[in-house]
Ligand binder design. Structure first.
Ligand SMILES: O=C(O)c1ccccc1NCC(=O)[C@H](O)[C@H](O)COP(=O)(O)O
Length: 214
């Protein structure tokens, strides 16, 4: 019997990717709204992708320090189920976005040190979920989706009062080890299921979901 680990596949750009993600048994499909990313999608593209998603697959809109006008444009056109805030949004901004759209908000937090782990507490009481990811270097073009892991020992036996998701450099080969070590019940991947930046590999998506649910 497969485990109940919930998987998010991020950075989808083609309707057939969304279909494979759902068929493989993932819980979340992520769409990246960040022009510098090789996974960036327009509002119109995302609208098509959301249509391709069957009931039960949660559609997550990933934004980075987005203003209300941009969030409104996404919210008006795309049937999303959750926001993922992947910039330096404050806890107050998380609360504001929750109230404005009435949708759950997942706050991404980059981790490299114990101090970064402590900073997660600032968001744990306000966000609906946390995405705990590798920390990008200051000034990096991409704050996430870099295919690099952090030291998983930093989050072993940690407790937060809301659900959390492990991310950063996960692959079909290492995801089960990461789950067993950290106790994560949710995992997220982008680069580890790609053949090139922004190009998803359908076989790797299936392999990742299967490995996470072993
Ligand atoms: O994926 C992107 O291009 C991206 C761009 C800007 C902000 C965040 C981004 N990705 C965030 C994700 O949720 C990724 O899935 C997560 O960082 C893990 O990525 P990876 O290490 O490549 O699996």
């Amino acid at each position: 019997m497969p485990s109940d680990v919930r998987v998010k596949i991020c950075g989808l750009r083609q309707p057939e990717e969304v279909e494979v993600v759902a068929r493989a048994g993932a819980a979340y499909a992520g769409f990246v709204f960040f022009p510098k990313s090789p996974r960036n999608v327009s509002v119109e593209q995302a609208r098509e992708l959301a249509w391709a998603a069957p009931v039960g697959l949660a559609k997550v809109a990933l934004v980075v320090n987005a203003d209300d006008a941009f969030l409104d444009a996404i919210n008006d056109k795309v049937a999303i189920d959750m926001w993922q805030l992947h910039g330096s949004e404050s806890p107050e901004r998380v609360a504001e976005i929750k109230a404005r759209y009435g949708l759950p908000v997942m706050k991404a937090v980059g981790i490299a040190t114990k101090q970064d782990v402590a900073a997660i507490d600032l968001y744990a009481g306000v966000a609906d979920q946390l995405l705990i990811d590798a920390k990008a270097p200051k000034g990096a073009d991409l704050p996430g989706g870099r295919g690099l892991p952090f030291d998983w020992q930093l989050v072993v036996r940690k407790y937060w009062p809301c659900p959390w998701m492990l991310a950063g450099g996960l692959t079909p080969d290492n995801v089960l080890r990461a789950i067993n070590l950290t106790g994560a019940r949710q995992v997220d991947v982008s680069s580890g299921v790609e053949s090139a930046p922004g190009v998803k590999d359908l076989n790797l998506i299936e392999a990742f979901v299967a490995a996470a649910k072993l």
